[in-house]
Design a binder for this molecule. Structure first.
Ligand code: NAD
Ligand code: MG
Length: 394
């Protein structure tokens, strides 16, 4: 039983990727890293490759190919470049599990490719299920592939469901910290800057998901992610704000009983659970101390101020390619906010407008998602240009 699990880590240079490598480093007898991929941070990717000695490395940014290749040549590590190469290497025969920790729509192609090759998936890249949840879960079923959630809320639900797989779920409560702007009004939010939005009270994450957490879009994406992962109807998913981030989510069964999973906010735990499932590996992560948290509190989410959460529910209810539109518009909006091109509340304006104007497809296939993503990005970029013009020529 002491066989190592061979894994590929897509997005190894990011927040989830580096924490996954911390888990591997602490458990050298449990995991062997076969593939590492990164986008822009070539030096970190090279350093990781030298430490973990994978079979193959892919740098998504093709302009850095030669640099990475030269550095890893003496170490007998294969190097490829570009997203097509990522989608190819995940199919390598000796890989058992693929951790999808690329951020955004960019992770879709490689995730589908890994599923088609029958690889088990530790899924961090929630956007994959937001964009194409129906298709991805269908392909996973056809190939007998399990999607093990890495997202802490979904890992919590999954952990609560252990031993309960035949018992129907009445509903789930996804917990949300509320982010750095919990309790703030629209007037306050209209002038917040990225530096404030990037300061999350409980979690240290990549820039995109940190902005999504501040705008509650992250919770919206997670609602859609939960729908596909656990096969739920819209009315079975609720969001509750829990500022301490100790209860990571809750399942309510048909007898009224509720199970919650709790612990200190540390992504290494859900990452390790997904990688090692069905085993629990002993860890030295800090333990929870009740006396440091004498009160765990709950409040409703303010969807009037944080419209993104309402927009995500709306997109989920509409089905078809609506969530794909929501995701692409949001990716463009977040990037524009991070470049100081639009304000915090304008991110929701862009998403809402795209949902109104981009062509709706009721029964999309893969090519439709690709086309929707492209069209939405074009519309969103245009909207942002106009918003910026209005600011310079009021
Ligand atoms: P990050 O920005 O820190 O890392 C992203 C990784 O993807 C990096 O390795 C980067 O090089 C790579 N990447 C970026 N653009 C790419 C592209 N176009 N092609 C190929 N590779 C690309 O992000 P993160 O916070 O680690 O999040 C990764 C995913 O995990 C996201 O989908 C996020 O929603 C999800 N997630 C993250 C956390 C967290 O705590 N960070 C928690 C739950 C879920
Ligand atoms: Mg989460």
């Amino acid at each position: 039983m002491n066989e190592k699990k061979n894994i590929a880590i897509l997005g190894s240079t990011g927040s989830i990727g580096t924490q996954a490598l911390d888990v591997v480093r602490a458990n050298p007898d449990s995991f062997s890293v076969e593939v590492l991929t990164g986008h822009g941070n070539a030096d970190l990717l090279i350093k990781q490759a030298m430490e973990f000695n994978p079979n193959t490395v892919v740098i998504a940014d093709e302009s850095k190919y030669q640099y990475v290749k030269d550095a890893l040549q003496p170490h007998d590590i294969k190097v490829f470049a570009g997203n097509k190469a990522i989608a190819e290497v995940v199919q390598m025969e000796n890989i058992e599990m693929v951790l999808t920790a690329i951020v955004g729509y960019a992770g879709l192609e490689s995730t589908i490719s890994a599923i088609k090759a029958g690889k088990q998936i530790a899924l961090a890249n929630k956007e994959t299920l937001v964009v194409a949840g129906e298709l991805v879960t269908k392909i996973a079923k056809e190939h007998g592939v399990n999607l093990y959630p890495v997202d802490s809320e979904h890992s919590a639900i999954f952990q609560c469901l252990a031993g309960e797989f035949h018992n129907p779920i009445e509903k789930i409560y996804l917990t949300a910290s509320g982010g750095p702007f919990r309790g703030k009004d629209k007037q306050f939010l209209s002038s917040v800057k990225k530096e404030q939005a990037l300061k999350h009270p409980n979690w240290d994450m990549g820039a995109k998901i940190t902005i999504d957490s501040a705008s509650l879009m992250n919770k919206g994406l997670e609602v859609i992610e939960a729908k596909w992962l656990f096969g739920l109807k819209h009315e079975q998913i609720d969001v509750i704000v829990h500022p301490q981030s100790i209860i990571h989510s809750i399942v309510q069964f048909t007898d009224g009983s509720m199970k919650a999973q709790m612990g200190l906010p540390d992504m290494k735990l859900p990452i390790q659970y997904a990688l090692a499932y069905p085993q629990r590996i002993k860890s030295d992560f800090p333990r929870f101390d009740f006396m440091k948290y004498p009160q765990l509190t709950f409040e409703p989410a303010d969807t009037k101020t944080f419209r993104n959460l309402a927009l995500a529910f709306e997109a989920m209810n509409r089905c078809g390619n609506a969530a794909c539109i929501l995701n692409a518009a949001n990716e463009v909006a977040v990037e524009a906010f991070l470049k100081d091109k639009i304000g915090f509340l304008e991110m929701s304006d862009v998403v809402e407008k795209c949902l109104e104007t981009v062509t709706f497809v009721s029964n999309p296939g893969y090519e439709d998602y690709v086309a929707t993503d492209k069209e939405t990005r074009r519309v969103a970029i245009e909207l942002i240009k106009n918003l910026s013009k209005q600011k310079t020529h009021p």
